[in-house]
Design a protein around this ligand. Sequence first.
Ligand SMILES: Cc1cc2nc3c(=O)[nH]c(=O)nc-3n(C[C@H](O)[C@H](O)[C@H](O)COP(=O)(O)OP(=O)(O)OC[C@H]3O[C@@H](n4cnc5c(N)ncnc54)[C@H](O)[C@@H]3O)c2cc1C
Length: 327
Amino acid sequence: MTTSRSCHVVVVGSGISGLTCAEALLRAGHDVTVVSADALARTTSHLAAAVWFPTAAGPPDAVARWGRTTFDLLAAHAATGVPGVTMRESLVLFRPGVEVPDELPAWAASVGDVRPARADELPPGYPAGWRFAVPLVEMPVHLPWLHAQVVAAGAREVVRRLRGLDDVLDLRPDVVVNAAGMAAGALVGDDSVYPVRGQIVRVRNPGVELSVRDEHHPGGRAYVHPRTDDCILGGTLERGSWSTEPDPAETAAILERCADIVPALAGAEVLESVAGLRPGRSEVRIERDDTLLPVPVVHDYGHGGAGITVGWGCAQDVVALVGSVEG
Ligand SMILES: Cc1cc2nc3c(=O)[nH]c(=O)nc-3n(C[C@H](O)[C@H](O)[C@H](O)COP(=O)(O)OP(=O)(O)OC[C@H]3O[C@@H](n4cnc5c(N)ncnc54)[C@H](O)[C@@H]3O)c2cc1C
């Protein structure tokens, strides 16, 4: 028998995954406690470029479905002035020798209008590109706002570094949501989560308004995402690397290739370089597990480079799984 009774749900994690789950669960009428080890500013979510774009996450069908839900919700957030969320005009570049696909990729179905770039929209040396608009989330603004929403809606908070998921049982949950990012696998004995290191450089925004990316740059991935006062320049995608120390040589290389795709960035003032670990997994794990604890666990982790892109869609599935708990 399934019912939709109200539960006490302990959500582990207060990055984008934990906070979207907490918000959606509160909205569905559940009682929520958020447990996290780190301040918001120390989460991976906080440092993310946080543009809507499905990078390094699977499986494709589910990512497309979660991505579409999240796109629509973030677009609505942008339209209603939710702090930190904007729609950002974007350009994907194809350099000489890189074939422009005949068919648009799966993500384009969520985006709607994707058109060929005009010649006057392309940087020097680039023959082709696609133009479209996607949500961009300024996480240092948005994450604290989302956190405040969750607290205002009645969530309790516990600061605690768990050694295992059973460390929350004293909080007397009916259900536990495991949204602990890079740590989520280790907390439950799942060794299929691996780091995908990403280094980015923050520069003062010299007036750039367009997000631009070249995934085929010979020097490595190149992307520029302008925000209100700064631009995020990327980046690296290094599977298996655990280092969160920025590498100065990589900083210089990122600056160089980003100036190739957005010449206005040449000489931009560097604010900082940072490196974070995307929580990689062959597939995002959204699943109910009744074997781990005396109460059901619902997993929400392994989002790779797409945690902001799929966050709200995943949270919706988490709410459905929590709702499946027998009353
Ligand atoms: C350089 C870079 C750029 C990125 N750009 C994008 C992008 O443009 N678009 C996009 O969609 N995604 C992007 N990502 C990916 C995105 O940042 C992640 O997928 C997302 O942040 C994962 O969110 P999360 O909430 O699952 O994990 P996190 O944000 O890491 O949060 C984990 C939470 O779990 C808590 N926790 C961990 N261990 C414990 C423990 N033992 N006990 C208690 N609590 C614990 C932490 O305190 C934290 O609150 C990027 C990532 C990087 C590194």
